[in-house]
Design a protein around this ligand. Structure first.
Ligand code: PEP
Ligand code: MG
Length: 588
């Protein structure tokens, strides 16, 4: 038994045999061929092209059927690249003139394109180089095609890297028990898809190709970011138990979704969902939630591998809005931890304090204009659409955005396009200056949504992605609760809608605390939605309010947490035992 430690990417337990995607190019040598062998290499290349084309067509059809046409756009563009004669001629030229093997010719071409596009600022062009690499890598793999088609399903898929074009195919077609990769982070395409489909995943396992053997038994622990190789039988038994318990809990929680949105003592609340990936909306019980509280549109750039044009964006926004009455679409929140490959980002000393969110959009106006146009056009058919801006810092930015919106509306009017004239414009409260000045800011916006992930990172001066200090980002710190309480009270006093769409609203204990602070709108991630709902419907608001007020006499977040968990466990044992377990699983 060997234990490998990586990073948890998608929660859950997967148990199965290790299945490698084809190993990466780094294991090949860069030997040259001798004169006379060019024809052989060309023939290999030609059959690899045919095979790649057949593969891409199959993937495209599969994705269209399972995920919808919009997800297949990326594969369509890959097919076009493959059919681009000049690209393939470049490979042939390298074989004939440089006497490179077909693999090496492809590798040289990938390097060449990276070099050329290194300093290019145009994001369409930079996105293109990733498409070219994806196609060429697939072609490179197919040069060593084993001869017969692999038809296996299940197992735990192991790969150094999963290409965007492979991710959807692997997850929908191979039905893996779990995924383990060396590369990957929050915005990694495979992670987003695995999350949408609930496939447990661990990323960040170094030297993966040397440490795991094809066919050996593997346990993926996506809750803790652990991988167990050749586990002992007692470990398999234990993990099977955890998996079964999780499944039981899931069913129980799903039942809670059937209940009305009100607390035990009859106080109504509104429950929204955060969407990152369009296909997630399929799984949301639309009649059981009040709408989408946060649609993180930056993931559209990932799913299509480029910046979608106006028409494509209108389609996306209409697709996700279908069946919802209330849809908050957040403008692209780019920069810092959300740097999307292919878009131009300046090197910055402190990206989290740099040109991100609305700041990035103001300096890349074409992105902002196209997105606003698309949202407005979609609002003609879906009047429940609202616009939300990320990372607003001051009133001036709100006013500036308002003017841009008016400008876009005016152009649409001149073009005779319909849209909802009084579409609501709201902002995320993520920067402390906005939180402190909320009473004034509220004059200029229709609604606010508190982004506790970023707000806590800026309040505690703590990088949310830095594991060495992220423990300081404790949402139950009395200082933070005081700030949240102020924002909630001021918004309600002024009759403006206030919600929380940061991860705090996805944690059952935190959601209960927020209810106690007066919050009535919660936007949770889809996976935690049933747990949050179960917590909220199982408690009495008036009791929780008293407990939360009591907890504010403590001086540390740890004391607040222990006190509230203890109290809640006493009153609502069934719900909070489950919450406590969640805590320990997460915090060790
Ligand atoms: C937040 O900051 O709380 C938030 C919801 O935005 P994101 O996590 O996408 O930055
Ligand atoms: Mg944020």
């Amino acid at each position: 038994m060997i234990e490998l430690i990586g990073k948890p990417a998608v929660p859950g337990i997967g148990i199965g045999k290790a299945r490698f995607l084809i190993k990466s190019y780094s294991s090949l040598t860069r030997q040259k061929i001798v004169k006379g062998q060019e024809l052989e290499q060309r023939k290999r290349l030609e059959s690899a092209i045919k095979r790649t084309e057949a593969e891409l067509i199959e993937i495209k059809e599969e994705i269209e059927e399972k995920l919808g046409k919009e997800h297949a756009l990326i594969i369509e563009s890959h097919l076009m690249l493959l059919q681009d004669k000049s690209l393939m001629e470049e490979v042939v030229n390298r074989i004939e003139k440089e006497l490179e093997t077909a693999e090496n010719a492809i590798e040289s071409l990938i390097e060449k394109y990276h070099e050329i596009f290194k300093n290019v600022n145009d994001y369409h062009m930079r996105g293109k180089v990733h498409d070219i690499e994806d196609v060429l890598r697939r072609l490179q793999k197919n040069l060593n095609y084993p001869g017969e088609k692999e038809e296996w399903e299940g197992g735990v898929i192991i790969a150094r890297n999963i290409l965007p074009s492979e991710a959807a195919f692997i997850i929908t077609k191979r039905n893996p028990e779990g995924l383990i990769t060396e590369l990957g982070g929050e915005t990694y395409h495979a992670v987003i898809l695995a999350r949408a489909f609930g496939v447990p995943m661990v990323v960040g396992i170094e030297e993966i190709e040397d440490r795991i053997r094809e066919g050996e038994n593997v346990i993926v622990d996506g809750n803790q970011g652990k991988v167990i190789l050749s586990p002992a039988s007692y470990q398999i038994v234990n993990y099977r138990k955890i998996k079964a318990r999780e499944e039981r809990e899931r069913k129980l929680l799903l039942k809670a979704m059937e209940e009305e949105n009100k607390t035990l003592d009859g106080h109504p609340f509104r429950l929204f969902v955060n969407i990152e990936f369009p296909s997630e909306v399929e799984k949301i019980p639309k009649d059981r939630v009040n709408g989408i509280g946060l649609f993180r549109t930056e993931y559209l750039l990932l799913s299509s591998g480029k910046v979608p044009d106006e028409e494509e964006q209108v389609k996306f926004y209409s697709y996700i809005s279908e069946g919802f009455k209330d849809i908050t679409i957040r403008l692209f929140d780019l920069g810092a931890e959300k740097e999307i490959e292919g878009l131009p980002f300046q090197e910055e000393e402190n990206p989290a304090l740099g040109e991100r969110g609305i700041r990035y959009l103001f300096s890349h106006k074409e992105l902002l204009y196209t997105q606003l146009r698309a949202i407005l056009i979609a609002s003609a058919i879906h009047p429940g659409i609202r616009i939300m801006a990320p990372m607003i810092t001051n009133v001036l930015e709100v006013k500036k955005l308002f003017l841009v919106l008016e400008d876009v509306k005016e152009t649409l009017r001149m073009e005779g396009k319909h849209f909802r004239e009084d579409i609501e414009l709201g902002i995320m409260v993520e920067v402390p200056s906005i939180a402190i000045f909320i009473d004034r800011i509220l004059r200029y916006v229709d609604f606010v949504s508190i982004g506790t992930n970023d707000l806590s990172q800026y309040v505690f001066a703590t990088d949310r992605t830095n594991e060495r200090v992220s423990y300081l980002c404790e949402p139950l710190e009395p200082a933070f609760l005081r700030m949240l309480s102020f924002i909630i009270k001021e918004s309600k006093k002024r009759g403006k809608r206030v919600s929380i769409c940061g991860e705090m609203a996805s944690n059952p204990l935190h959601a209960a605390v927020l209810l106690g602070l007066g919050l009535e709108e919660f936007s949770s991630n889809p996976a935690m939605l049933p747990r949050v709902k179960k917590a909220l419907i199982s408690l009495e608001k008036d009791v929780v309010k008293r407990k939360v007020i009591n907890s504010l006499r403590f001086s540390t977040g740890h004391e607040v947490e222990e006190y509230l968990l203890g109290e809640m466990e006493k009153i609502y044992p069934e719900v909070y035992r489950c919450v406590r377990r969640l805590y320990y699983e997460k915090n060790g």
